[in-house]
Design a protein around this ligand. Structure first.
Ligand code: ARG
Length: 582
């Protein structure tokens, strides 16, 4: 049980005895440590309903609550309850955590299945920085949910059946450079796509030829299907390389094409139960007119007021849409995986699409599932505008990673103590990728941020290297001890302010991890880890470890050990590995 849960359960008992009925109430970490470690506004919230004065109720609660050996309590202001945890309680909890491989993370997700839909690049189109955000955030959410006991299904819903294949097929047949394809398939496919796309802008004849290729593909022409399949295979292999570098895994890669043969039946179902209807030759879902137009994703404002903005599930030419596929995908996830929730980690520009999707899902009785669109903002260049390459294209994910690793290589050469070239190379890869990930995860996902390698790699700052350095420091003390290291971890005892503060933060790990999922905010964990690292550095500077007398030394060694475990496990949830030296 975390401290917070313990305080809540004790407060609930006190409330029940004072108010005569079971009354759960929340405890939160105190905003300002001068007033205590935790606080509750229960007395203020509940006083009125029970005809009491808030401060008087707070006093009754203080008289009743059993906090023996845990904390002292006092009233503040209009009736806040402030709890100050005893150092001995922190010491005891820290000692207990040393024996807990989960470090106090509660299993709140047990028995629940969540599908995480993330990354999902489009085949033969460049995987760009929008996909980098999705990939990193989505992977972190998978890791966090798994650590909380959820059954997590990660699914890479790649765009492998879009209109881009008209252009790719045309390009493949007319402009393919076989050598380039061999060397770097994704780059060659992207080149074909770009070249044909540009040519088509000028030449309507090319556009027609591309369309004809697409129609042939969709009609099942064996030649086109064969080329398509090769493109998919090559692209997947290329993507896999990037995912390996990023240490990202998927349980499934069920792309859009996987659902092709379910789409016709789905549209019939929507027509049959009246959710969709024909409109100008297309099959559309319209508003069910239960919401105000401002909140209705099927309405759009135009000159004459509010007009319809339907979801088109079958175009007048018989083709199906992105939305149709997403509906079929949702049905599949429900029926095959028994999903309780689906989390879509996708760019904020698709928010209307997901609002419509979730609305139709509810009408299809798929609403027992908790469906979330976890959106995010843009990555900016140093000029404050969306990140672009010099030629004005969207930057490719792989290139950004290379850039980060190259810059990390320079930093490693300057400041690292590792000895061989091979070690330096591995360390640069580790630090470069970590820096990109941490920068992403330390920001609130809906805000835009600037891709600034110098800042991301700084040893002093809110960066991955800063955290990794704290980890290395917390481990190196053990190496220094060598044979003199105690055989077992000693119990923690706390005297100095810096020790107490470090322990206070360390035992909060299990409280912080579940809060990430409240609003899908990995930045809460990122910031917590930075706090831990700062507290560790202050502790390390103020409290001698190796020079202290044995009992104190061993307690401090235990604190170092717990720090390293929290940092390693916490960074692990962010998909970031730690080096043993740097
Ligand atoms: N392939 C899409 C894109 O790059 C993202 C797909 C997201 N997932 C989904 N189920 N719609 O924009």
């Amino acid at each position: 049980m975390t401290l917070l849960q313990l305080l809540e359960s004790r407060l609930a008992l006190a409330l029940e005895s004072v108010l005569g009925e079971p009354t759960p109430a929340a405890v939160t970490p105190a905003a300002d440590l001068r007033f205590g470690d935790y606080q509750s506004n229960a007395a203020m919230v509940l006083a009125k309903r029970h005809g009491k004065n808030p401060r008087a109720l707070a006093q009754e609660l203080i008289d009743k609550i059993d906090l023996a050996g845990i904390a002292s309590a006092e009233i503040a202001g209009p009736g806040f309850l402030n709890f100050r945890i005893f150092p001995e309680a922190y010491a005891l909890l820290a000692t207990e955590l040393l024996a807990d491989p989960r470090l106090g993370v509660p299993q709140v997700g047990e028995g629940k299945t969540v599908v995480v839909d993330f990354s999902a690049p489009n085949v033969a189109k460049p995987m760009h920085v929008g996909h980098i955000r999705s990939t990193i955030i989505g992977d972190t959410l998978c890791r966090v949910a798994r650590s909380l006991g959820y059954n997590v299904v990660s699914d890479n819903h790649i765009g492998d059946w879009g209109t881009q294949f008209g252009m790719i097929l045309f390009g493949w047949k007319n402009h393919l450079n076989a050598e380039a394809l061999e060397a770097d398939p994704i780059a060659e496919l992207v080149r074909l796509y770009r070249e044909v796309n540009n040519a088509g802008k000028e030449d309507p004849e090319i556009r027609e030829l591309c369309k004809a290729e697409l129609v042939k593909l969709q009609a099942g022409d064996p030649e086109n299907l064969g080329i398509w399949q090769r493109c998919i295979d090559l692209s997947k292999a290329g993507l896999q390389k990037i995912y390996d570098r990023l240490d990202v895994q998927f349980d499934h890669w069920l792309g859009e094409s996987f659902y092709n043969d379910r789409l016709a039946g789905l549209v019939d179902e929507l027509l049959g139960n009246g959710i969709a209807r024909m409109s100008e030759g297309a099959v559309c879902v319209f508003s069910d007119e239960t919401k105000k137009p401002e909140a209705d994703p099927f309405k759009v404002r135009n000159e004459s007021g509010w007009g319809d903005f339907p979801m088109i599930v079958r175009k007048s030419d018989g083709g199906f849409n992105y939305a149709t596929t997403d509906l079929a995908t949702l049905e599949y996830r429900r029926s095959q995986w028994d999903a309780d929730s689906v989390w879509y980690v996708v760019d904020h520009r698709q928010s209307l699409h997901f609002q419509q999707l979730f609305d139709v899902a509810a009408r299809l009785d798929l609403d027992g599932m908790d469906l979330r669109h976890i959106s995010f903002g843009t990555i900016l260049g140093k000029d404050g505008k969306p990140l672009k390459t010099r030629s004005g294209d969207l930057p490719q994910l792989a290139d950004l990673l290379d850039e980060a690793v190259a810059a990390a290589g320079v930093a490693v050469a300057e400041r690292s103590r590792v000895e061989t070239d091979a070690e330096r190379k591995d360390l640069a890869e580790l630090i470069g990728i970590s820096a990109v990930k941490f920068t992403e995860l330390a920001h609130h996902r809906s805000s835009d941020y600037v891709f600034d390698l110098e800042k991301m790699l700084a040893l002093q700052g809110d960066t991955a290297p800063y955290l990794q350095n704290a980890y290395v420091r917390s481990r190196s003390i053990w190496r220094k001890l060598g044979d003199e290291a105690p055989a077992e971890l000693a119990p923690v005892s706390l005297a100095e302010e810096q020790e107490i503060h470090l322990a206070r933060l360390l035992v909060r790990f299990g409280e912080v991890v579940p809060t990430i999922l409240d609003d899908f905010r990995p930045n809460l964990l990122a910031n917590y880890l930075l706090e831990v690292a700062r507290a560790f550095h202050s502790f390390f500077e103020a409290c001698p470890v190796l020079k202290a007398e044995t009992a104190v030394r061993d307690s401090r060694l235990s604190l170092c050990e717990l720090t390293s475990r929290v940092l390693k496990q916490g960074l692990g949830l962010l998909g970031i590995r730690v080096p043993e030296r740097m």
